[in-house]
Design a protein around this ligand. Sequence first.
Ligand SMILES: [Fe+2]
Ligand SMILES: [Fe+2]
Length: 155
Amino acid sequence: MAGQKNLHSISHDHFTGMMLTQIIRKGNSVNDDFLKNIDEKVNYTIHFYDQELANHFYLEEQVLFPLVRGLSEEIDGIINRIVDEHQFVTELVKELNFKTDLENKLDRISRVLEEHIKLEERVLFPKIHEALSDNELTALARKLFENGYENIYKY
Ligand SMILES: [Fe+2]
Ligand SMILES: [Fe+2]
């Protein structure tokens, strides 16, 4: 598909998000030395949220979505759901500060975030690509680049 590269820096962020979902998943034994106990997983998740995810959500909501709202009713509906999910993930991460039931909380974050990323990658982004011409996609990429997606052309 022409213009597919234009949302690639977001997809790069999604790759690191997907790694998080695997690392913190219940019963996971991806690596014996890395984040092997629940406290380390909780600390890593909070750190990842503060350092990566909060900014990622912000860029989507403040930069990407205003540029693509109104393309179709379907896209607007998906975006509304995505914004609700950002809020939900944020609340789930905050709940990690209460040190009860941590394993299940991490598992919930893992599953919600994984479905969220799939919705963006497999449903929203293809619909955006479908709705825009190549010239419009290039214009979108330029605006994303100007507004904080510094790596837009790298991936
Ligand atoms: Fe998102
Ligand atoms: Fe995203």
